[in-house]
Design a protein. Structure first.
Length: 459
């Protein structure tokens, strides 16, 4: 050791220690205080994922980057989210988002607890100010590949400005985000970002030109977004906020999303379903993995009728079938009404014919108070319909009274989904062994092909 407060270790030991502590932020911070070598080795982990909640956080981060510009190279993931006390609306997302980490490690950018202003919590003026602050630091994140915005009140124009400065961005998550009201949005929004219903419903003048401060960063090379996660925010009754489909309408109009290969959509209401169908139609040429999560509440059963939603669900299936590119389809329905869960799953699969599909994941039977004591028994009729749709029971007896062993399973090339290599069903109830036996009986054709996967999970 060269000194009491600056111990020296072999470089390989430094890396080994820091790598071991990479998933323990508290220990990582403490370890980085031991010596300069460990501090340097820890930077790639300490700054790998950054969470920004307040405008003051961005100011402090800007100061850090001015002193040590190389730190920006370590940032791989950025999360913009106001603190919990600024989020007053109830969440519509009833389950954890898979495959996208929302619990990001906060860097040591610290602020005073009083007098702080949250990022994107109110109004267009605050949105523009927050965007200007971010545009001072985001270009330093040369290696950032993930951007997540949660419960943010932001205009589509500002969002595009931020995204366009992150050249290597591959994943974008918009969770519970709100859109600035149209009457305020169009005062500073470039019309090139919006088409569809808004272009037909509204007109505005650009004699003064777009806001050059907000658009200065959009001239850079656009990133190639490969993964998009969207969980719309339901509008608050009595406010001027747009509906939950407004965010999806913006995505449909934008030119940043046409290389998306993995699309995750949370659908809480009928307008969102309608907009989701349009977005899927726009991106079907590139999407290889589609994750649809439905979360209709119990009261929606009277409003959401088969004749009203069937056309949108059917169109989603027909779009997938027409493109014939999709490789993985995940259907999750955590609606409080069990009938609604099966409505979405059955209607999509009934009209789906796609030879490219290899993996199907179905999760329609999360247990609720409305389910029977044996949910799989209650859903026996629905499983029977689904098994028939998938061709799992489409077998023919070799004799009039043939037993199961005498049945012949339909050949894969005659199936609606001949490329299937795995079909997973997830179950949250009790009596797991009985459920597995019931599923093996119902989906006999899938079991014979060796593609049936049964996953028992705790509710």
């Amino acid at each position: 050791m060269s000194g009491f407060n600056d111990p020296r270790f072999p470089p390989e030991l430094d890396s080994s220690i820091i790598s071991y502590l990479a998933d323990d932020p508290a220990s990582l911070r403490n370890c980085s205080l031991v010596c300069h070598a460990l501090l340097t080795a820890s930077r790639q982990f300490k700054f790998e994922e950054v969470t920004l909640k307040y405008q003051d956080d961005v100011v402090r981060l800007r100061e850090v980057l001015l002193a040590s510009p190389e730190l920006g190279q370590h940032v791989r993931s950025v999360k913009i989210s106001p603190p919990a006390q600024y989020v007053t609306r109830p969440k519509t997302l009833a389950f954890k988002m898979p495959e996208f980490r929302s619990d990001l490690i906060t860097t040591h950018v610290r602020s005073h607890p009083r007098g702080k202003v949250a990022l994107y919590s109110v109004g267009p003026e605050m949105s523009r100010k927050s965007t200007q602050l971010l545009l001072d630091v985001v270009p330093s994140f040369k290696s950032a590949v993930k951007l997540s915005l949660s419960a943010c009140h932001i205009s589509g124009h500002d969002l595009a400005a931020i995204i366009s400065t992150m050249d290597r961005l591959e994943e974008v998550a918009l969770l519970q985000c709100e859109v600035i009201p149209v009457t305020e949005l169009f005062t500073h929004l470039d019309s090139s970002f919006w088409i569809g219903p808004y272009r037909q419903m509204y007109s505005w003048s650009h004699q003064d030109g777009p806001n050059t401060e907000s658009t200065s960063a959009t001239t850079s090379t656009s990133p190639v977004i490969r993964r998009l996660v969207v969980s719309p925010s339901l509008p608050i009754v009595g406010t001027r906020l747009l509906g939950s489909d407004a965010v999806l309408d913006y995505l449909i109009a934008g030119n940043l999303w046409h290389n998306v290969q993995s699309l995750v959509l949370i659908i809480p209401d009928k307008p969102t379903l309608r907009a989701a169908e349009r977005l899927i139609r726009e991106l079907a040429h590139s999407v290889l993995k589609l994750h649809l999560a439905f979360n209709f509440n119990q009261g929606a059963f009277d409003e959401i009728r088969l004749e009203e939603t069937g056309s949108w669900l059917n169109q989603i299936a027909k779009t997938i079938s027409k493109e014939n590119r999709l490789q993985e389809l995940i259907l999750v329905d955590v609606s409080t009404s069990p009938r609604l869960r099966w409505l979405t799953v059955i209607e999509i699969l009934r009209h789906l014919s796609c030879s490219s599909l290899e993996h199907l994941h179905v999760e329609p039977s999360r247990e609720t108070d409305d389910d029977d004591e044996e949910p799989f028994a209650f859903h026996a009729g629905y499983h029977g319909i689904l098994a028939e749709i998938l061709g799992a029971t489409n077998v023919s007896p070799t004799s009039e009274y043939g037993s199961r062993g005498d049945f012949r399973v339909r050949e894969p090339e005659n199936w609606k989904l001949p490329g299937l290599k795995r079909v997973d069903f997830v179950y949250y109830g009790q009596c797991v062994d009985e459920w597995k036996g019931f599923m093996a009986e119902t989906y006999f054709g899938l079991e014979r092909r060796g593609v049936l996967g049964l996953v028992a999970a705790n509710a």
